[in-house]
Design a protein around this ligand. Structure first.
Ligand code: PMP
Length: 306
């Protein structure tokens, strides 16, 4: 029977058997960084495609640097372990990999220095991200954390309370997700997704200085639009009015892919149906992320299970 697989303290095991103590520093203070990596199953070619695996680990190591976490692994070693964990699951369907680097010392006290750190990765299956014709979003009343509060370019666990507040507020009010604004009122991002806006024929996305995570899917979409459509993405601050003026708005993220937003604050985006450019990018991204576009296979780590 296929089952999830964790690499934890030097061994591969079922995640149910991987336990940490209740005094672990990261559990109390969120002093950890996580990642999310797709191993997309290609039924036709009977192989997994782990997308931008090394890039994900380079980003995680930068987040570790921000938290004074020194890991005994290189990006290449973490990539290798991740491939092996996916192989050991025995799944023949999309697998999601969740690496976590965390302050592992069992210690009470708010600080980052003089604490041990460890890293594990879990390969498991998630329910497919449901888009059902596009998302209905609201502008969140929770502003996005600023980079001078918690570094936003790293996926720092403690910072995710911010996204969780926004997501739950949105969903309890009947929306799919909330779009957070920066403290200056610029469009930032969803709980776990970057934002793109199509306005007057131009593709816009918030710049790195508007408290965003530098998403791998964001970067992929920017490269695809440049190379395949000859269209530059303009990184500039976006204001709330522009969400209402936009012809198309979409989110990007590893779990979500490219997802159209069809309504914001009970106003239709464009004509209220997924936009043409969004649909095109969604399809292009799917092909690239499963490893079927030969021009982008340098982003793909293939795994053919035995
Ligand atoms: N923003 C936040 C806050 C996220 O957690 C994520 C998910 N990693 C994203 C954006 C999208 O990033 P990526 O495309 O690398 O998954």
């Amino acid at each position: 029977m296929p089952e999830p697989c964790a690499y934890f303290r030097g061994e591969y095991m079922n995640p149910k058997d991987a336990r940490i103590g209740i005094m672990t520093h990261a559990f109390h203070y969120g002093t950890a960084t996580f990642g999310g990596i797709n191993a997309t199953w290609d039924e036709e070619n009977q192989r997994f495609c782990l997308f931008r695996l090394k890039d994900h680990y380079c980003r995680q190591l930068l987040a570790c640097k921000m938290l004074h976490i020194q890991l005994p692994y290189t990006a290449d070693e973490m990539a290798h372990i991740t491939v092996e964990a996916v192989r050991r699951t025995g799944f023949r369907q999309n697998v999601y990999c969740r690496p976590v680097a965390y302050k592992s010392t069992e210690f009470i006290g708010v600080k980052l220095h003089d604490l041990d750190a460890d890293w594990f990765v879990v390969a498991t299956v998630l329910p497919p991200f449901s888009t059902s014709g596009g998302l209905r979003c609201c502008t969140s009343s929770w502003t996005r954390i600023s980079d001078h509060q918690i570094p936003t370019h790293g996926k720092i666990c403690g910072g995710y309370v911010n996204g969780a507040l926004a997501k739950t507020e949105a969903q309890l009010a009947g929306f799919d997700d909330g779009i957070m604004l920066t403290q200056e009122g610029h469009v930032s991002e969803g709980a776990v997704t970057n934002t793109f806006v199509v306005l007057k024929g131009r593709l816009l996305t918030p710049p790195p200085s508007d408290s965003i995570l530098l998403g791998m899917t964001r970067d992929t979409v920017m490269q695809l639009t440049r190379n395949e459509l000859g269209m530059e993405t303009i990184e500039r601050s976006i204001v709330r009015s522009e969400l209402y003026e936009a012809d198309e708005v979409f989110f990007t993220g590893t779990y979500a892919g490219v997802v159209p937003i069809v309504e914001i604050d009970r106003r239709p985006v464009g004509d209220g149906t997924p936009g043409q450019l969004t649909a095109r990018l969604q399809e292009m991204y799917r092909e690239v992320a499963v490893g079927r576009n030969s021009r982008y296979q340098h982003w793909c780590t293939f795994l053919k299970p035995d």
